[in-house]
Design a protein around this ligand. Structure first.
Ligand SMILES: Cc1cc2nc3c(=O)[nH]c(=O)nc-3n(C[C@H](O)[C@H](O)[C@H](O)COP(=O)(O)O)c2cc1C
Length: 184
């Protein structure tokens, strides 16, 4: 494979973060469990990948404590935060000590494996690590989706845009279950 990094000029990291930060996302907390210890990490580098098989991508930093728990076949959950869960996002983004620890609950997910889900989320996916690829200073973790948690709504997601939290302004959208066939 050609090494395209060999002769390329480097892009300024700060400018890159500012530009890619215009790509608005939701916010999740990834949870993985090993020997009874649960580790969580706030993440927005999350993407749907494939329908058949059902695959999703998450990208934890190689330095993240969670990464030690993610190996082939390991279970993890992707917990989609609601707009009222900003303190929980901050907590799992390393905000320990800065603020009071917010209330949260790990709920067992027996059907799909050992990783629990986070209570109060607007949706969650139970996954098993399918592949792990190198992604520079991050891992590209491909998860096989094993089970879904679909609360009845309303669905008011926490958003992340330009380095800040945000919320949906279209109130009416929040009560609709997202279309399952928006695109193929
Ligand atoms: C909104 C938001 C999204 C984030 N997304 C990611 C991500 O996708 N991957 C990542 O490695 N870190 C991400 N982070 C940073 C981690 O949550 C943070 O570095 C965390 O402290 C890592 O966990 P650790 O301290 O237990 O290692 C994000 C932080 C925030 C606030």
């Amino acid at each position: 494979m050609t090494d395209i990094t060999a002769n390329s000029t480097t892009v300024d990291a700060k400018a890159y973060r500012q530009t890619i930060g215009l790509f608005a996302t939701g916010v999740t907390v990834l949870l993985a469990e090993k020997d009874g210890e649960v580790r969580g990490m706030t993440a927005n580098a999350v993407s749907s990948l494939s329908l058949n098989p059902t695959l999703v991508i998450v990208c934890p930093s190689k330095k993240a404590h969670l990464s030690e728990f993610l190996h082939d076949g390991a279970y993890f959950t992707i917990n989609i935060l609601g707009e009222d869960q900003e303190p929980i996002s901050n907590h799992f983004a390393g905000g320990w000590g800065q603020t009071e620890v917010p209330e949260y609950e790990f709920i067992p997910w027996d059907a799909a494996g050992t990783a629990p889900r986070l209570g109060g989320c607007i949706g969650a996916l139970a996954c098993c690590v399918y592949r792990i690829h190198d992604g520079g200073d991050h891992w590209i973790v491909v998860g096989r989706v094993l089970d879904l948690h679909q609360p009845s709504g309303p669905y008011r997601p926490l958003l992340f845009y330009a380095g800040k939290y945000d919320q949906l302004r279209r109130q009416e959208m929040a009560h609709l279950m997202p279309s399952a066939d928006a695109y193929e």
